[in-house]
Design a protein. Structure first.
Length: 221
């Protein structure tokens, strides 16, 4: 598949977690917003039908998925480290009168203060070192309401294109790592995807869509 290699939004979403990359990709976000290139990438398209109620987009980029969810009736919190992305989302949300609230955040240790019906993190966690990525994932899972949905997408071992990473600030999940961290959840979808990258190299992804189990008392209610 080659659709992802041509999408500025997805590449930018991946790299914004690296310190120096934020400024560079701010420029890319500004260009994309100017060109009104708001297409969803394949992972976002897969996530959208599962989103409902109160939604968290954790590493939202330009907010394409956040706005698509809002247009379907969701109320969305959109978090990202890119000032340009957050400024764009705030402007667009006001112009279109959509319930998308954007905040600038360092997502490596951001502390959520509410629970959500759906949490999405696409193309972000692999830009943290592994202990930080695993801790962030656990925090996200803790803030999904019972019966709610988590959609998480990461790069995995087998990825040979590493140009977007710093020397020691990334985490390639093992092939089974992501799904294993949803043990006890209802796995709605668990898929692997490969995309061509420059120089004949490869990006390998795992994507899990899972439902948090309800307690017996909630099921009876």
């Amino acid at each position: 598949m080659t659709a992802m290699t041509s999408g500025i939004n997805f590449v930018a979403k991946q790299a914004r977690a690296a310190g120096d990359g934020v400024k560079f990709f701010d420029t890319q976000f500004q260009r994309q917003a100017r060109d009104r290139d708001f297409r969803l990438n394949p992972f976002e398209l897969a996530a959208l039908p599962h989103l409902h109620g109160r939604v968290l987009d954790y590493g939202c980029g330009l907010g394409n998925l956040a706005f698509a969810a809002a247009q379907r009736g969701c109320s969305v919190i959109a978090l990202d480290a890119s000032p340009a992305a957050i400024a764009h989302i705030r402007q667009r949300a006001a112009a279109e009168a959509l319930p998308v609230q954007a905040a600038l955040a360092d997502l490596r240790d951001y502390q959520l203060e509410e629970d959500f019906d759906a949490v999405v993190s696409i193309g972000l966690l692999m830009f943290f070192d592994c202990p930080t990525a695993f801790k962030a994932l656990e925090h996200l899972q803790a803030h999904v309401r019972e019966g709610g949905i988590a959609v998480v997408n990461v790069l995995i071992a087998g990825t040979t294109y590493l140009d977007m990473f710093g020397a020691d600030s990334y985490c390639l999940f093992s092939r089974t790592e992501l799904e294993s961290r949803f043990s006890g959840w209802n796995i709605l979808s668990s898929e692997f995807s490969d995309f061509e990258a420059p120089g004949g190299r490869n990006k390998a992804f795992a994507t899990v869509i899972a439902q948090k189990p309800r307690t017996p008392d909630e099921v009876r209610a």
